[in-house]
Design a protein around this ligand. Structure first.
Ligand SMILES: C[S@@+](CC[C@H](N)C(=O)[O-])C[C@H]1O[C@@H](n2cnc3c(N)ncnc32)[C@H](O)[C@@H]1O
Length: 209
């Protein structure tokens, strides 16, 4: 079995999915609060883990549909518990091979895209899944500029593509997106990198034409 799927199947069963929710929750919530969810929208979370972001977003009255996909079957089993089936859907698939006919207003992905075999292919796929004017919000704590997290790849022992902010911008640009970046810091956190660098969010907007 694919090493990434195997690792996250384990995480889904040993409590680390909930830990990720706690660990990522504050900065993701801060970022999402500043997002334009003021009109009816559809939402996709790529690498949704236990589904906490989909469950949060689906509570927004303007959210018409929120889908979470993950290549770990066990994560999807967890996410599918206590789900609001009218708005939410969880699907076991990787982004690269997912066959889906619809298009989304927003795609979100937290700490997931750098595990893709090819970030380039994953970004091309997401681009196609967005409506013109649609946006991809990609959060990462693992980036070269943030030296404290760069060692994670050695600890995890699975494929993790490490890029700098500049390289992330270029990857988004090459896929056709207009690009913006933002650091969301947690100034009171005991971890120095969370105070000084924080989570890097790369926003890609698909041009209208
Ligand atoms: C570090 S976890 C983050 C989970 C969640 N976004 C969160 O913040 O709690 C990364 C997740 O991405 C999933 N993943 C990795 N590569 C993927 C891919 N190519 N397609 C879909 N999911 C993927 C993993 O199975 C894992 O559940």
């Amino acid at each position: 079995m694919d090493q990434i799927r195997k690792t996250f199947d384990k995480w889904a069963q040993n409590g680390r999915a909930e830990l990720m929710e706690i660990e990522h929750g504050k900065n993701v919530s801060k970022f999402l609060e500043s997002m334009p969810f003021d009109k009816p929208f559809t939402f996709l979370d790529v690498g949704c883990g236990n589904g906490w972001v989909v469950k949060k977003i689906s509570k927004n009255d303007n959210c018409k549909k929120a889908i979470g996909i993950d290549k770990s079957k066990k994560m999807i089993e967890q996410a599918s518990k206590k789900t609001n089936k009218i708005k939410e859907e969880f699907i076991h698939t990787d982004i690269e091979s997912w066959k889906y006919r619809g298009k989304f207003d927003f795609v979100f992905s937290m700490e997931s895209l750098y595990y893709a075999d090819s970030i380039e292919i994953a970004l091309q796929k997401i681009y196609k899944l967005l409506k013109p004017g649609g946006q991809l919000f990609c959060g990462t704590d693992f980036y070269t500029d943030n030296k404290a997290t760069a060692r994670w790849a050695g600890i995890m022992k699975i494929q993790m593509h490490l890029h700098s902010k500049k390289e992330w911008r270029q990857l988004f640009f090459n896929a056709g997106f207009e690009v913006k970046t933002k650091h969301v810091k947690d100034l009171k956190n005991r971890k120095k990198w969370k105070r000084e660098f924080g989570t890097l969010f790369i926003t890609g907007t698909k041009p209208e034409k």
